[in-house]
Design a binder for this molecule. Structure first.
Ligand code: SF4
Length: 463
């Protein structure tokens, strides 16, 4: 078999796209290799959400040049958002590239690779598909993919929100949902291969089902349907938009036991003028009232968010509003960035008026505030027993396993290496909190509906 080396930059959507390409290529005779030097085909699945990601990709391209020069038969491709954004321009910037493919075209990766071989020259595909919904056709038989205990399932791609700073609508196109029946089939298959936690995935996941489906299913209903599939032990979704976060979705948190008590809900800014400039379509007050409603339904829900500081024209007091909102909501973690203009976005044309030094100082203050909140939130777990889905062996010294609790905190813990295995749900007593990570010791194992105490060294099955 031929060998393909795949590298992924950026978000979980890209990780899922890379997995999809691996599967498609496997069925056309390629196996994945971890060694670039052995590959017949190298695909870099790119990201353009921030300038830094772009710079990393161009520097990787420079490292690939000697491989291509040494082996002219090697096919070198760039897929994903940077490929979509740059299109033909990428051939000028990286003249030795053979293939440029946007995220909407990854389903055609095999045909595009064949086209490169037949044409003996570069191929660029950046057109969006014209379907109103989208499908990930199932493969029967052997596949190279073995899902981990926690696995992502794409339910929607693209975004219709057009936030002024964001490249996604330009690189991934309009929202398109998958039929619920197809999603359920995929979840059953993943569970049969060992998945225990399903994370429903999309740029704007709770816009799912709004249009284009043959059988319309709103997002909250999809949650109930996936939760009812035997073998699904934990359910999450990411990423949501406040505008699409409905009362029915809040009710789902109350109704569905296995829906994890965590929500990642980007807010970006705490100031209404900036939110309007960003075209976020909600105010800070509306965001807070949504959070209050969720907290009254699910008091121990953990919240995380995305924050941009130094958006064009952001004044000191407008920035302070963001700190006020962060403190008010009490996020357990945040992805925090300074604003940088992205090609093809409306905000690119706004005067980038906040000096870099001010942006950096605002970022620092935001990080300090979030670190304090994270420390405070973490203390709530000290001495408590939390449910952890075991994802694998821990790389931390002194810990045997790693996993996450329902609140999406990373947990490293010691435990009986002869009894515990990935995919188990383990009760861990938390002994230490550090950053956004917890440490502890396994005290009980829940497997197949049976609870086994582990602490005394002699397992006791309690039924
Ligand atoms: S909702 Fe999210 S993905 Fe969509 S445009 Fe806004 S920031 Fe980008």
């Amino acid at each position: 078999m031929k060998q393909v080396y795949l590298d992924t930059f950026g978000c979980q959507m890209n990780v899922a796209d890379t997995d999809r390409m691996e599967l498609l290529l496997f069925h056309s005779g390629y196996v994945r290799t971890g060694q670039m030097g052995e590959a017949d085909l190298i695909l870099i699945n790119t990201c353009s959400i921030r300038e830094k990601a772009e710079q990393k990709i161009y520097s990787l391209a420079g490292n690939l040049k000697p491989l291509k020069m040494a082996n002219p038969d090697l096919i070198l491709g760039f897929t994903g958002c940077l490929a979509q954004q740059e299109g033909e321009r990428l051939l000028e910037k990286i003249p030795f590239v053979d293939l440029v493919l946007g995220p909407d075209g990854i389903e055609h990766i095999v045909q595009v690779v064949d086209e490169v071989k037949g044409k003996n020259g570069p191929v660029v595909r950046t057109e969006f598909d014209t379907e109103k919904n989208y499908s990930i056709p199932e493969f029967a038989g052997e596949t190279p993919l073995h899902p981990g205990p926690s696995t992502f399932v794409n339910i929607i791609k693209g975004c219709d929100k057009f936030c002024t700073f964001c490249v996604v609508p330009g690189t991934r196109g309009r929202e398109k949902s998958r039929e619920a029946l197809e999603i359920e089939r995929e979840v059953r298959l993943l569970v049969s291969r060992g998945a225990r936690e399903i994370i429903l995935l999309g740029q704007n996941v709770n816009a799912y089902g709004k249009r284009g489906l043959k059988q319309a299913v709103p997002f909250h209903e999809l949650l109930y349907r996936v939760a009812a599939i035997p073998g699904v032990e934990r359910l999450r979704f990411t990423t949501s938009h406040p505008k699409d976060f409905t009362k029915e979705c809040i009710a789902a948190y109350k109704d569905i036991d296995i829906l994890a008590n965590h929500l990642h809900l980007p807010v970006q800014s705490g100031n209404n003028r900036i939110l309007e400039e960003m075209r976020r379509t909600h105010t800070a007050e509306e965001y807070i009232s949504l959070i209050d409603e969720l907290k009254s339904a699910v008091p121990d829900v953990a919240l995380s968010t995305d924050i941009i500081v130094g958006y064009p024209g952001e004044s000191d007091s407008e920035f302070e509003d963001t700190l006020v909102l962060i403190e008010r909501v009490q996020f357990s973690s945040s992805y925090m960035f300074t604003y940088s203009p992205r090609p093809g976005t409306p905000a690119q044309d706004f005067p980038d008026s906040v000096p870099q030094s001010v942006k950096s100082e605002r970022l620092q203050r935001t990080i300090e505030l979030q670190n304090r909140l994270t420390r405070e939130q973490g203390q709530k777990f000290a001495g408590q027993e939390v449910d952890v889905l075991v994802e694998g062996r821990s790389s931390r010294p002194g810990a045997d396993f790693r996993g996450r609790n329902p609140h999406y905190w990373s947990v490293n813990f010691t435990g009986d290496q002869n009894r515990i295995r990935p995919g188990d749900m383990v009760k861990v007593r938390i002994e230490e909190v550090s950053g956004h990570a917890l440490r502890g010791k396994a005290v009980a194992l829940n497997r197949g509906g049976k609870r086994t105490l582990l602490e005394q060294g002699i397992p006791i099955t309690t039924g």
